[in-house]
Design a protein around this ligand. Structure first.
Ligand SMILES: [Zn+2]
Length: 230
């Protein structure tokens, strides 16, 4: 598989994730898997024992580094890597390897967001946001796969705060009007209510906007998750 990837002459898009033998911070062993996301085939697995790196939270970074080093020394040209938002891997790629595009896996971002919507829905007089949960998650995937740049994805994402109040024209050059056909009646949110204000805080939170800008446009790591489940 490495031979084939090398001879294709193309830069590969890798998906990486770690699986540990137990959840939380007491894992003893971890395996870091890299998948070639062009054909969803595993190209490397690195096994790490936590005492090699001092503590289990450091296993992910170490597994990632060893795998990247192995694949590059085998002659692979790495164009992009899709991972979850593990901070030490973000930091490493940003500072040491700006030549590799780093994207976030949309599923990991959507999981965190869905939890926050659920929590908001439980607050007093905010229950109506729950009716939007599924559509918001769909919107996140759509922003990721329909955008050519992170900036465009963010503009599309922000339009959701208008859309939920039945406003489909936006004050944005990159995304001036919603792309959907006319809609039937929905459970629109009412401006200036607590539910609407809290919903907007959640959607245009700075950290989330940063994550949306880095969502993977095509490839997701769901196949790596699937492999780990097996
Ligand atoms: Zn709309």
């Amino acid at each position: 598989m490495l031979e084939m990837a090398r001879h294709s002459g193309k830069a590969v898009v890798l998906g990486g994730d770690m699986r540990a033998d137990s959840p939380g911070h007491c894992a003893k062993y971890g395996s870091y898997t890299m998948m070639n996301l062009e054909d969803n085939k595993e190209v490397d697995i690195q096994l790490i024992q936590s005492n090699e790196v001092g503590a289990s939270p450091r296993m992910e970074r170490e597994g990632f580094l060893r795998s990247l080093q192995f694949l590059e020394s085998a002659g692979l040209r790495v164009g992009a890597i899709v991972t979850d938002r593990h901070p030490s891997i973000q930091k490493y790629l940003r500072e040491q390897r700006p030549d590799i595009k780093h994207f976030f896996d949309t599923w990991h971002v959507s999981k965190g967001l869905a939890k926050k919507i659920d929590a908001l829905g439980k607050e007093r007089s905010c229950g109506e946001v729950l009716a939007w949960r599924r559509r918001i998650i769909n919107h996140l995937y759509w922003c990721a796969c329909s955008s050519k740049t992170g900036e465009e994805a963010v503009e599309k994402w922000k339009s959701v705060t208008n859309h939920v109040q039945n406003v489909h024209h936006h004050n944005s050059d990159l995304f001036p009007v919603c792309a959907h056909p006319p809609l039937e009646m929905r459970a629109w949110l009412t401006p200036s209510t607590k539910a609407f204000e809290r919903f907007c805080d959640l959607m245009i939170n700075q950290r989330l906007l940063k994550d949306v800008a880095k969502l993977s446009p095509h490839h997701q790591t769901s196949s790596v998750e699937g492999f780990h489940r097996v």
